[in-house]
Write a protein of this length. Structure first.
Length: 210
């Protein structure tokens, strides 16, 4: 089994719960061929006109600028990593109600018609990665699971909509740790219980053969 872990927090585990979730997952995983794609460690120019300029220059044979070469290489690396994976793990925080910009860039790189999705003859979107499984590991200091606050949560919800809804992956596990900042007196228990669930998920995949 080839597993890709997309790590999307560069804060130390002592300060960031989603970083601790990543570490806990890795510590409890055995027997898998695991690759970590650390979005903060990778050279990932932001998605924009530089990429489209690069596409045009590839077709015309023109010389690309440094940033055009870098973004084209970064996009291909992200796509290759996703292609090679049987299971994709996303470990990320909720920052300002959404995902870190670097994780958004990774998604932008692989969100490509003909690669992760297509449109059928009726104009309907069809995911092209139904054979892959996804695991969602996310932390948020506030409480966003109530009917009142859930509409504001655009991190885990967004990632699930993309990988499950657009790409067609099967989301097989989800661990959300929330409320540790909102309820500091209960923070230690909240985090410990969440990390225990992360460890269980990792152990359940240690013996899995796809």
């Amino acid at each position: 089994m080839n597993m890709l872990v997309v790590k999307a927090n560069n804060r130390p585990a002592s300060d960031a719960v989603s970083s601790k979730m990543y570490e806990t997952f890795m510590e409890n995983l055995e027997g898998s061929n695991v690759t970590t794609y650390d979005v903060f460690a990778e050279d990932m120019p932001y998605f924009g006109q530089d990429l489209f300029n690069a596409f045009g220059k590839v077709k015309s044979g023109e010389v690309m600028t440094d940033v055009e070469q870098r973004i084209l290489a970064a996009k291909q690396k992200a796509m290759d990593a996703l292609t090679a994976a049987d299971v994709v793990v996303f470990a990320f925080p909720l920052w300002n109600l959404t995902i870190p910009a670097k994780l958004q860039t990774f998604i932008d790189y692989v969100f490509q018609s003909g690669f992760t999705f297509k449109y059928n003859e009726k104009g309907q979107l069809v995911g092209l990665m139904p054979g892959k499984k996804a695991i969602i590991l996310s932390a948020r200091g506030g409480i966003y699971s109530t009917p009142e606050t859930a509409p504001m949560e655009m991190a885990a919800t967004y990632v699930k909509n993309i990988v499950g809804g657009v790409f067609g992956m099967e989301i097989v596990a989800e661990v959300i740790i929330e409320g540790h900042n909102a309820m500091p007196a209960q923070a230690e228990t909240i985090i410990a219980e969440g990390l225990a669930k992360v460890a269980e998920v990792a152990k359940s995949f240690s013996a899995v053969t796809i």
